[in-house]
Write a protein that binds this ligand. Structure first.
Ligand code: OVM
Length: 392
């Protein structure tokens, strides 16, 4: 089997992973990363195959580098992300219903109005940093209220998620920097998941109502709420940031969107394919698993490079181009199969609201300075995205 001594979690690779991704894709269908003792998949075919084969590629031993068969997880495992059937299924069905397009219908009008209000505020200035001003501000404005948590302590949401996504990787400096406050933040998040902490009418209350009906147990309910607070903030922030970066750096695609605002949904999916805000997740081999002629042993960790699969030239024409004429469906930026992002309709609604408001108000948008990456072991993220806009 092909081996590599590269470190995909070094600062250099996290900042600019494209070259390593190409090297790993070209090295073969599976590559042993010697530094971590894990097998890596970077081609679309193998990543897709692993995502849809939950029987061979399990999530129950964790979807990070840490193997729960050998070491205890830093927090109680997620009932959605870090489980396999049959335990996975009841929480998944409940959350699928709570976040279904049908259940979200009532939010569209309010979120559209919220996006217009925010964009009007932001457009008071010709230049602004789109990460805090839009990509963070919009999800923080609508999502915690939609879940139904209180006003106090919301500043913990982004750093909690940032640490969680770092903790799926190796115990490097990024993890060390989050460790001192992780207990405090986790305690705050856990407290928001209690029945009494959640306002009526929100996603959180709907999850507790499912427990009252017996669809999940009362012990499961707070952990399902925790999944919303874990996976619902940083991901949408960076999905929006990726979309804004993509349109700001592709004026022809922005012009196309202005002519045809109905392309907003495709634009978001193409941005998720092109940038892959969630770059990697792991699985654990259950028994001996064959991948492209190689055999991976029972209990071994497999690293899936979602971002590399989404730019695999074996699957995509001109993969490095952000292009609204392509059909981006089939990308693995939201995963695929049993665990495919249960919140994707929420993410799409947020993106459509923000992009729709911008398309109504903004004539041109360009970078006003050099964007800065925010490094994270799992996420490809922006820390700063200076934009210059001209009103329509
Ligand atoms: C969860 C969870 C946390 C982080 C990510 C995620 C992308 C899920 O707690 O269920 O999915």
């Amino acid at each position: 089997m092909t081996v590599s001594d590269a470190d995909p979690f070094s600062d250099e690779v996290l900042a600019e992973p494209g070259a390593l991704h190409a090297e790993l894709r070209d090295a073969g269908p599976v590559v042993l990363l010697r530094r971590y003792g894990v097998h890596a998949l970077a081609r679309y075919e193998q990543v897709h195959a692993a995502l849809v084969d939950w029987q061979s590629f399990a999530s129950g031993a964790g979807v990070g580098l840490s193997n729960f068969r050998r070491e205890p997880p830093w927090r109680p495992p997620s009932l959605l992300l870090e489980t396999d059937p049959p335990h996975h299924d009841a929480p998944r069905v409940v959350l699928e219903r709570v976040l279904s397009p049908r259940a979200l219908r009532g939010l569209r009008a309010r979120w559209t109005a919220d996006a217009h209000a925010l964009v009007d505020e932001v457009l008071q200035q010709e230049e602004f940093d789109a990460v805090p001003a839009l990509a963070e501000a919009f999800p923080l404005r609508v999502f915690p209220d939609a879940v139904g948590i209180g006003e106090q302590g919301r500043e913990h949401l982004l750093p909690y998620g940032d640490h969680l996504f770092n903790a799926f990787g190796p115990a490097n400096d990024l993890v060390a920097r989050g460790n001192p406050r992780r207990a405090e933040r986790a305690a705050w998040v856990d407290a928001q998941c209690a029945r009494d902490a959640l306002r009526p009418g929100g996603f959180g209350a709907a999850i507790w109502a499912a427990a009252d009906r017996g669809d999940i147990t009362p012990a499961q309910a707070p952990l399902v709420v925790r999944s919303l607070l874990s996976a619902g903030v940083d991901t949408t922030v960076q999905g929006l940031a990726a979309l804004l970066h993509a349109v700001a750096t592709h004026p022809a695609q922005w012009a196309r969107l202005r002519a045809e605002p109905g392309l907003a949904r495709v634009a978001f999916d193409e941005a998720v394919r092109w940038a892959s805000p969630v770059q990697v997740f792991f699985r654990t081999a259950t028994g001996e698993v064959r991948i492209g002629g190689a055999v991976v042993g029972d209990g071994e960790k497999i690293l899936m490079f979602l971002g590399a699969a989404n730019r695999d030239p074996r699957r995509w024409d001109r993969p490095d181009e952000f292009d609204l004429t392509r059909d981006p469906s089939g990308h693995v930026g939201f995963g695929m199969g049993l665990h495919q992002c249960v919140g994707q309709h929420v993410a799409r609604l947020e993106a459509e609201a923000v992009l729709g408001a911008l398309l109504e108000r903004v004539g041109s948008l360009d970078l006003a300075g050099t964007p800065r990456r925010h490094l994270n072991n799992t996420m490809r993220a922006w820390g700063s995205l200076p934009l210059r806009v001209r009103r329509a």
